[in-house]
Each structure stands twice: as C-alpha cells, then as structure tokens.
Design a protein around this ligand. Structure first.
Ligand code: CA
Length: 418
C-alpha cells in the first residue's frame, strides 16, 4: 500500500502517526464545546460532525456522526466504514478541489481534549501472549508448569468490566484492596503495593453476533484497534485469583488510546500468528494471516523525571489472533455486541527488555529495573506516568495510535475509615 499524500502537510512527514493512510476515529472537544466525532490527520483533527452536517460527507442511512461516539458508524457496517474512508481520503488528498471547504474544520490537535471514542458495551480480556503466560506461570507455579494445560489449545480470558475503561490522559488512583502476603497469617486491607501495568492491544467490535462465528466471520466483525493498558494490582491478584481468576485486581482502570485505528488502515500489515506447537481444533483454524505487524513500547516517567522506555516488543508475539479470540468467545453462543472491547493479553517478547509488565520486567520484584535518570522500579510508585506507544511501519509512512498514557496518583485515605 503506497503512501497517500495529503494537502495537510504535517500528515506527509515519514514519522507522522496520522498520515492519510491512517484516518483513526476519535471524539474531541474544544474549550467548553460539546464532544464531537473526528479523525486525526497529521497534527490536526478533522471535525467530521461538521462535515456531515454541511453535506461534505454523506453516508448511506446516515447521519451517523451527530453523536459523540462511533458506535452508530460501527453499527452501520463495513460498507459504510469503507465509504467513509473513501470520502474523507478524497477530501484530504493532495490536489483536492474541496480543500477550501474543509480547511475551516481542521483544529490543532494540541489544543483539544480527547474523550473515549466509543461507548464500551462490554470488555473481555484475553491472555494470548505466550511469553507473558509462560513468565507469569513460571513465577506463580514453577518452570515445569509454566503454561496451564489448556493454553496451547484455546485462547483463555475473563470477562472484565466496561466501567473500568478510560481514555488516555485520565489519572489513575492507586487502589485499596484485600491482600495476604507470604508469611502473613491473616489478610489485610491496604493500598496496593504492587501496582503494575500490562501492555496490550485492544480490538473494537463493530458488528455483533448471536451464535457461534468462524474465525473468518470474526475478522469481519472487527472495526479497529487501540492500545490498551490493563492496570493490575499484583498483590490483590495473587490473593484473590484462585479459582475464579482476576477480579478487583483488574477493576481499577483500563486505559485505551484515544483513536480507533480502523482495520482497513492496518490491512497492509497483516502477518501470520506464530507456528502452532500443537494442532488446534478445526474451529480455530485461520483463513489467512491474523496478526498485526505493530512495534510496541512502554515508557515510564517518574514524577519530575525524564521519560525512559522500559520495554520494546511486537504485536506478532500474540499466539492467538483477535479473530481467533472472538471466535472462541462465541462458541458457547455468547453474543457479541457493537462496542465490545477485547484485550489481547499482555504482549511480551522473549528478551528481558521486551516484557510487557513490571511483574515480568522485575521478575516479581526480585530484579528491580534501573531507570536511566536514577532510581529503580519493581512496581509503580506514586505519580509515575506510563505511556504505551505503537505503530505499523509502511514504505515512507507509519500507522500510529497516539499515546496511551496515565499517571498513577497516590491512594486516598482508607475508604472505610468513617
Ligand atoms: Ca491483561
């Protein structure tokens, strides 16, 4: 897919996250104004609600962009998604005769507030990264039992809380919870001391389903992708997780990047999932390459300090594609809904500096990582800011996501001391 040039000059820089090939979907507001649907292009945001209201964009069955979320566009289906991309591409392409009509609807991104781009219907988090599953399993159960016996046969996950999902930039509050550390006779209720991040990709479901779907059908249901940070309280998790899995440890917050990168923008960057170590049952067979060629990184900024990249990894580490995850999710007859968010699970590479959580980077706190500006981390300290970034590299352009960032604020006073 060649780079498509735009008359928005900042979109044509090779390192720009939002070239005309990308056109990610967000919701923005200016000052006291109402939130509106827009697309990022270079350093500016295109007000799509205004373009639709003025008839510069017309979608079959619309209007869809007169609400501050993308669910109505998603619901309208893949033909409308493609038509919208084609119409916006024509308006912004170099040489467009409508430039003079569009220019007034571009706003500098730096001055805007970004909101959750869609109404999150439900949220499910998978565990599809092999290195992460093996690392955590080794720490919790020993190297001989690193992978659970089901892991190579199906993507496993848990039903999370849509209420936990927040947009990048939202401050995160260190939670209180029930913990019971090794060597303690009784559980205690206290602020989490092992608060962590998880580097994940998120997938946004744009078309619902009722019965079981195939992997190919699941692929067609995907509207787009975001970066996702599954904030995790490891001390709460370790005590609560058996036998029903994560619960309060994962319910504090889930941060997503503010722009949904549409599946069409990432279509040129599909790569195969890793070789199967055991054959999968036929219902999980893939019709084509299901993974995405996306470079990922985690940056940590201590309060008053300099940002340090603490991990670099790749979305190709996922053992199961999103389409496989979704297909498996529906096997029971579980319905999928427009606006469902699917988390991939933590993405870790094999090398130490490619691990996607502090739990793994510090090996459970046994090997704290040094920060280049001084100090070290096993888990997050108050006022640390964590930023996830990712991009697919094309020929002379890249498809970026925008920062997925959050600052951890100190715990409040005991919520039950009253
Ligand atoms: Ca997770």
């Amino acid at each position: 897919m060649p780079r498509v040039m735009s008359w928005v000059e900042s979109a044509n820089r090779p390192e720009a996250e939002f070239p005309l090939n990308n056109l990610p979907c967000g919701v923005f507001s200016q000052g006291e104004g109402e939130p509106r649907c827009g697309m990022a292009i270079g350093d500016v945001v295109l007000d799509l609600a205004a373009l639709e209201a003025e008839g510069l964009i017309a979608l079959e069955g619309g209007p869809f962009l007169d609400v501050p979320f993308w669910n109505e566009v998603m619901e309208a289906g893949p033909a409308v998604w493609a038509d919208l991309r084609a119409q916006v591409t024509a308006l912004l392409a170099a040489g467009s005769t409508k430039r003079y009509l569009v220019e007034d609807h571009l706003h500098p991104r730096a001055g805007l507030r970004l909101h959750l781009p869609f109404l999150v219907a439900e949220y499910t988090d998978f565990y599809a990264g092999r290195n992460h599953a093996a690392n955590v399993g080794t720490m919790f159960r020993g190297a001989d039992n690193a992978l659970p016996p089901n892991w190579l046969h199906m993507p496993i996950g848990y039903n999370g809380r849509a209420s936990s999902v927040v947009v990048s930039g939202t401050e995160i509050r260190r939670p209180w919870g029930q913990v019971k550390g090794p060597g303690f006779d009784a559980p205690a209720f206290q602020p989490s001391r092992r608060f962590d991040i998880e580097l994940e990709l998120g997938c946004v479901i744009g078309q619902g389903s009722e019965g079981p779907v195939t992997v190919a059908e699941a692929e067609a249901m995907i509207f787009g992708y975001v970066l996702l940070n599954d904030w995790s309280a490891r001390d709460i998790q370790a005590w609560e997780y058996q036998p029903l899995g994560p619960f309060q440890a994962k319910a504090t917050a889930t941060t997503i990047s503010p722009w949904i990168v549409m599946a069409a923008a990432l279509a040129p960057f599909r790569i195969p999932t890793p070789p199967r170590e055991v054959p999968l049952l036929p219902y999980l067979a893939e019709p084509g390459p299901g993974n995405l060629d996306i470079a990922l990184e985690v940056a940590l900024t201590p309060a008053g300090g300099a940002e340090a990249v603490i991990s670099r990894t790749h979305a190709g580490e996922l053992y199961y594609s999103f389409a496989q995850q979704i297909a498996h999710h529906t096997t029971s007859g579980c319905a999928m809904t427009v606006g469902d968010l699917i988390g991939s699970g933590t993405i870790s590479g094999a090398a130490r500096d490619s691990r996607g959580s502090l739990l793994e980077l510090s090996w459970g706190g046994a090997e704290p990582i040094a920060l280049p500006g001084g100090g070290s981390r096993s888990f997050l300290e108050d006022d640390d800011t964590v930023t996830l970034r990712g991009h697919a590299q094309g020929d002379g352009y890249r498809i970026g996501f925008g920062d997925c960032s959050g600052r951890l604020r100190p715990a409040l006073a005991d919520p039950y001391a009253r």
